[in-house]
Design a protein around this ligand. Structure first.
Ligand code: SF4
Length: 362
């Protein structure tokens, strides 16, 4: 694809499904470089060159769901299940703040009960007391009722990540058992918005039977639901999952999946402009410079893992998850020079909320 055609689509916002597919199909290195450069300029204009950090706390790997691609799915009985205590979570949040991370993400498998809802609310309230309320709190705890979302919002959480994984209801059925509902997931995204959260969603890239058309429609879906944050990473199979036995047939090699993931980041940046986009650890697991190239393609958020090693090793969603044996201090020491090496800076102690949310709330 000619650079002139890339300019024409992006500069005139001609974001039809067909044009998005054209951008996602670019596979020559010159075209890829141009697309990423263009996305980087848009990122610089709308969200700046500061990378915001979220200390990731994987508080529990207990899950009631059985998503076909996930290593901690309920039916994987080889997983050693855990839930961190309140004190352990607070300690990890405190460490994250001491490292200068302005926000934390509390992530876990999906658990639905009144006791759990109250536990999380209590934890969130306590974390809010660290640094006099200065710590931003993102939750990634799956599908819950509207009331629970409101309870946690009231307790002090202000962002929520709920990946749709695909915006195509038929394809959703290929990735999940029959009792997992696309409509409920969609309703949850709506409930989260109504509850006043900064809402994030996203998809995996390079799934078996995925197509560029499906990915293009995912991007249009992000725009349609007016998402504030996007988290997307390459699909990496976990051997103990049903999906791992499927041959891919789409973006087969790791290199292809990396490149397609970078194009997705770049195109999402071009279309959505002022949202936060995560440079995910899955990118890093495919390529040792995955984090940097993600930032250069338009991402602006990194989520260093601050979970204690004794738990981190049991939170394996996909194979070769990076930094499992690294402690949080070492991760931070390695991160800083990498971000500086591409001419960006880290927004220490800043929550780094997406300008998109600020704009849509007037
Ligand atoms: S993807 Fe999330 S909801 Fe699905 S099995 Fe894994 S942890 Fe559970």
């Amino acid at each position: 694809m000619l650079n002139r055609s890339i300019d024409e689509i992006i500069d005139n916002a001609l974001f039809t499904e067909g044009n998005l597919v054209r951008l996602l199909s670019i596979n020559d290195s010159g075209g890829m470089e141009y697309l990423c450069q263009k996305a980087y300029e848009i990122k610089t204009k709308y969200v700046g060159k500061t990378v915001y950090l979220r200390g990731l706390i994987e508080l529990s790997n207990i899950c009631r769901k059985n998503c076909y691609y996930c290593g901690i799915r309920k039916d994987n009985h080889a997983v050693n299940r855990y839930i961190m205590t309140k004190d352990e979570i607070i300690e990890a949040a405190r460490l994250s703040w001491q490292l200068g991370y302005g926000s934390i993400v509390l992530q876990a498998g999906e658990v639905v009960s009144d006791t759990y809802a109250d536990f999380i609310a209590d934890v969130v309230k306590s974390i809010k007391q660290i640094a006099n309320g200065g710590v931003g709190i993102t939750l990634s705890l799956g599908e819950q009722t509207k009331e629970v979302y409101k309870l946690w919002r009231k307790a002090g959480a202000h962002r929520y990540l709920l990946r749709i994984e695909t915006s195509d209801p038929e394809f959703y059925k290929c990735l999940h058992p029959d009792d997992h509902s696309f409509d409920i997931r969609l309703a949850c995204l709506n409930d989260l918005k109504e509850a006043g959260y900064i809402v994030g969603t996203g998809v995996m890239i390079g799934l078996p039977d995925q197509t560029l058309e499906r990915l293009a429609r995912d991007i249009l879906f992000f725009r349609r639901i007016d998402a504030d944050m996007i988290g997307m990473g390459p699909y990496i199979p976990h051997p103990a999952t049903p999906l791992a036995v499927k041959t891919n047939g789409f973006a087969d090699s790791r290199d292809e999946r990396l490149n397609l993931s970078l194009r997705m980041i770049a195109v999402v940046r071009a279309v959505l402009k002022d949202v936060n986009i995560v440079s995910t650890t899955a990118l890093q697991s495919i390529n040792t410079t995955g984090c940097e190239v993600g930032l250069l393609a338009g991402a602006n958020i990194i989520m260093p893992n601050v979970t204690d090693f004794k738990y981190k090793k049991d939170y394996i969603l996909y194979e070769n998850k990076p930094c499992i044996g690294e402690d949080a201090v070492l991760s931070k020491d390695r991160l800083e020079p990498r971000v500086r090496s591409i001419g960006e800076q880290i927004g220490y102690y800043k929550t780094g909320d997406p300008p998109h949310f600020i704009r849509r709330n007037g």
